[in-house]
Design a protein around this ligand. Sequence first.
Ligand SMILES: [Zn+2]
Length: 305
Amino acid sequence: MNNRTILTNSALYRFKIGAFDAIAVSDGQVAFPAYPTYAPNAAKESVERSLKENFMPTDLYTLNFNALFVDTGRHKVLLDTGAGKELGTQLGRLASNLNVAGVEPEQIDTVILSHGHPDHIGGLITDEALLRFPNAQHFIAEAEWQFWTAEHISFGGMRIDDNFKQVFINAARTQLKPLAKRVTLFRPDCELVPGIHAVSAPGHTPGHCAILVSSGNAQLLHAADTFHNQAFDLDHPDWATAFDLEPDRAQETRLRLLDRSVADRTLLMAYHMPFPGIGHVRFKQGRYEWMPTPWLFEQQAAIAA
Ligand SMILES: [Zn+2]
């Protein structure tokens, strides 16, 4: 026996989006105090009731971190890079999990950042201060880049303490600054590479984007941090998280994407939902409901809409 950590369950989920090969890749899991991390604008009793209704513990909520790799045939695309070493040892497993999937960093030619939080950008730079994905074109929304590379970062409606704010600032300096000459800035809504569109989804951060992956008639909308948890964000889309910079705008975006998903029956993915974080949303008796995609052991198209 060696000392390698053996995960009990897979940290990879392979599936198809039309003709594209996709893999949901976990960067790890971290438990946070459920309240007030996820619903600081709600009453504690209401949050605990919602968690109980969803068969979840009421003290700690285990947050997932689900990146997405897509091989379109023309491009090998990674959506978000995990936390690297910015947020402790529970996270930063994306690169080793990609390795298990047979994907090496050098093979990735497109890295798309949904936004500038440490759990999404922390895997950009290696311990040697080199680009982890040296052959990739890196994309981030112009508004997001300007916000996190500004001299002074204002945390607006975010409800986190000063120490945690400093973690966000440090991650932006460490991970984004070395990209300055390599980054491609964009204004959503636009196509980044064939079949991959950035969809404006502001509020969580100023330039926060969802990513729409399209192949033939198949689509997957990676909503990034528009949703964190079915108990908070679908049962109560008016509840903010402590990490929303502009909670009201984040709520508008959440409702817009939820309604779009219900109307179009779009397959959704969310960075922080229970792994692999893929499913549909339906609206029943006045409530949004999360319908996780069934686990399939053969890589095939997700259930048709
Ligand atoms: Zn996040």
